[in-house]
Design a protein around this ligand. Structure first.
Ligand SMILES: C[S@@+](CC[C@H](N)C(=O)[O-])C[C@H]1O[C@@H](n2cnc3c(N)ncnc32)[C@H](O)[C@@H]1O
Length: 202
């Protein structure tokens, strides 16, 4: 059973995130590129696995509208609180938060009602015994455990997304059996983005 005693802190105003936003973030980074933001910033993206909300926040900072889905109540509540705090911080941050909408529930049930174009999926990955796994991710893992239904979620997303599904995955890890091959991959330092183009060619 996951240990639920640890308090998860989500902070969109952390030095690390602010530094990244200011100095090393832009449409040519791996994630926005995988989403297609280097070609079009005016997109609506469903983040089916909101978690700590970092990916959503960073994409929203580039001008995308993000609908975030989180199914663990404790994480949903922490995200909601962090979004409210960040919204009250400054006009600049409020503009980013205004691009983010948070929904509580299981993405497998919610996705069909959203008529999604682009879906981002970043499930809890197999444990890495690395000092690089940050404290917040460790607490998140204690709360969430493993997302054992990842394959089901990916296949639902692949059926529904009208443009693309982007799957964030550890660089060298295999995809679960039963998932089709991606259209292309964007490879970062420790992370790989598998991009599945679902748009039908006319
Ligand atoms: C690895 S974290 C995501 C981290 C996130 N990308 C970030 O930038 O902070 C995975 C999260 O997805 C949530 N999750 C997994 N499967 C889900 C589903 N089917 N519906 C909604 N949330 C889901 C988990 O509860 C967990 O909070």
């Amino acid at each position: 059973m996951p240990n639920k005693t640890n308090k998860l802190k989500i902070d969109f105003l952390s030095n690390r995130l602010m530094h990244q936003l200011k100095y090393s973030w832009g449409v040519n980074q791996a994630l926005p590129k995988a989403i297609g933001m280097h070609k079009n910033k005016n997109l609506t993206i469903i983040d089916a696995t909101a978690g700590l909300g970092r990916d959503s926040f960073l994409l929203a900072s580039l001008g995308a509208k993000i609908i975030m889905i989180e199914r663990v109540e404790q994480i949903y509540a922490a995200l909601k609180e962090a979004m409210e705090k960040a919204h009250n911080h400054s006009e600049k941050i409020a503009k980013i938060i205004n691009n983010m909408q948070l929904i509580y529930g299981d993405a497998k049930d919610i996705l069909p009602s959203l008529d999604p174009e682009i879906i981002l999926i970043d499930v809890m990955h197999p444990v890495r015994k690395s000092a690089l796994v940050k404290q917040e991710m460790r607490i998140l893992r204690q709360i969430v455990g493993n997302d054992n239904d990842a394959k089901e979620l990916i296949n639902i997303a692949l059926k529904l997304a009208k443009q693309r599904v982007v799957l964030k995955w550890p660089k060298k890890a295999k995809l679960p059996n039963g998932i089709i091959n991606p259209s292309h991959k964007i490879i970062g330092k420790t992370t790989r983005y598998d991009v599945f183009i679902t748009k039908q060619k006319l």
